[in-house]
Ligand binder design. Structure first.
Ligand code: PEP
Ligand code: MN
Length: 265
């Protein structure tokens, strides 16, 4: 695989080169009002891409599994009314087809899907002949080859606008992190593919609001290209990942503190 760091979808999305790519939005789309309210508030912070999950891969059944296809219409409204491009998670070929029908700008593959080569291949097959940028989260387990393999499957489907998302790795050890960062794995990926943008997801690494800033800063210090941060108008009431979501205002103050190459962001 060869990636160029010029003229790709993700580098063009960043209005100012050298500043991090900013992706934010709720863990899950819950209502049309919640999605619109979050997007309008985040627009003030000049985010580059709005995220919301509509098909939610939950570890246990009987928890909120997402609103499904109806949420694609809400994301479409965000794009039309705010001008911010939108992204959602896809886990099957059908998800890819539906998301594309609604004009979702960027698709992402979640950690529980990256672990499964059959699922990734099915997604890759649905992307054949389509030009849609894709972000690929690391697998839940610290397996660099599996992460690279998923990226290769999508690349081989003809998609060259790719980015990797580091969301930490599952561990049974007690830790302050929900998913241990094991920074050497994304660093090794970046060393192998210098032109591939790598985005940090401090929300799923930390599992807690308090650690979003230090983990984002650490990633920027390591040369990461962007952040993906879960934001919700009323985080405590969120239907998924409540403990790690922050308000758009908190997102703004974290941005104000983040340092990129000694320049205040
Ligand atoms: C998410 O981004 O909301 C999500 C489910 O993340 P992950 O695949 O990293 O667990
Ligand atoms: Mn989440």
């Amino acid at each position: 695989m060869k990636f160029t760091d010029q003229d790709t979808y993700f580098t063009k999305l960043q209005a100012t080169q050298g500043k991090p790519l900013l992706i934010a939005g709720p863990c899950s789309a819950e209502t049309e009002e919640q999605v619109m309210q979050t997007a309008v508030a985040l627009k003030k912070h000049n985010i580059h891409l709005f995220r919301a999950g509509i098909w939610k891969p939950r570890s246990r059944p009987n928890s909120f599994e997402g609103v499904g296809t109806v949420g694609l219409g809400w994301l479409r409204r965000v794009k039309d009314e705010t001008g911010i491009p939108v992204t959602t998670e896809v886990a099957t070929g059908r998800h890819v087809e539906e998301a594309l029908k609604y004009g979702i700008d960027v698709l992402w593959i979640g950690a529980r899907t990256t672990v499964n080569p059959f699922a990734v291949q099915e997604i890759a097959d649905a992307m054949q002949g389509v030009q849609v940028p894709v972000m690929i989260k690391n697998p839940v387990n610290p397996d660099l080859a599996l992460w690279i393999g998923a990226i290769e499957r999508i690349y081989q489907a003809g998609i060259k606008d790719l980015a990797a998302i580091h969301r930490g790795f599952s561990s049974y050890q007690k830790s302050k992190y929900r998913n241990t960062p094991v920074w050497q794995i994304p660093i090794e990926l970046k060393a192998l593919y210098p032109g591939l943008p790598i985005i940090v997801d401090p929300s799923h690494i930390t599992g807690s609001r308090e650690l979003i800033f230090p983990v984002s800063q650490k990633a920027l210090d390591l040369g990461f290209d962007g952040v993906m941060i879960e934001t919700h108008p009323t985080p405590d009431l969120a239907l998924s990942d409540a403990a790690q979501q922050i308000t758009p205002d908190t997102f703004g103050s974290i941005l104000g503190k983040l340092q990129v190459r000694k320049t205040n962001y």
